[in-house]
Design a binder for this molecule. Sequence first.
Ligand SMILES: Nc1ncnc2c1ncn2[C@@H]1O[C@H](COP(=O)(O)OP(=O)(O)OP(=O)(O)O)[C@@H](O)[C@H]1O
Ligand SMILES: [Mg+2]
Length: 254
Amino acid sequence: MSEEKRKLVLEGKSLSKTFRLGDGSIEVLSKADIALKEASSMSIRGDSGCGKTTLLNLLARLEDADEGTIGWGGHEIDASATPSSSEAVMRARFIGVVYQAYYLIPELNVLENVLMAARLAGGVGSESVERARSLLSKMGVGDKEKQAPAKLSGGERQRVAIARALVNGPRVLLADEPTGNLDERTGGQVMDLLLDACSEQGTGLILVTHNPIFAQAADVRLFLRQGKLTKDFDEGTTKWSRPRFCGYHYPGYR
Ligand SMILES: Nc1ncnc2c1ncn2[C@@H]1O[C@H](COP(=O)(O)OP(=O)(O)OP(=O)(O)O)[C@@H](O)[C@H]1O
Ligand SMILES: [Mg+2]
């Protein structure tokens, strides 16, 4: 798809967030703007504690902002309103989130955890079971589907969390350090999978990462500094060409 034809799929306008702690406060976001196009990827880097996870939480409406608006496709939302339960179904269909801390449900096995996302989006049919299994096997944890999350390594949990984020074929994928716990090869596979979701399924991807090589692979590369998003220093000067991290092809999950 040509760059001009891509529509905005996710927008945040003038997002501000200050956390109050006792007598003090931390201003994490200060009128930050962000715009993500369909079928494109964006990486966000920034110092630990600068507000990357907070920004993703606001965009996914898992947390309210002090001010600002958020657009999910054409749907505009007041970011300062308390997230409603009716937004949960919309979120489940529209956005896949890979959380920094996984958030797998300990009482459910691996397959059930992935299918929970499909359940929240409206139901589980044989097609979603098939897609869940296919994603788990692509992530290299296909043989663990009956396992409890507590019996998985950190990297395996991360891969299950990624399968869960992709199972509904979301229009937007928010990935918070998705390769943080993975070895280099698996991290590369995960990057290919996430970037393939953009190019093949038209998904918009926001990738929060401390890894400069992975950040470099995104179409748009941003830094979060002092509450605002700024362009990576080499934006516009480096000719971008999508690397392949591994000899890996993902055939599509829809
Ligand atoms: N619920 C909260 N209450 C109070 N302070 C919070 C809360 N959540 C986050 N913070 C603070 O806001 C700041 C931003 O946190 P956030 O988790 O967004 O950072 P981050 O950029 O994702 O960091 P990292 O790279 O370490 O994951 C930190 O100083 C953190 O301590
Ligand atoms: Mg974080």
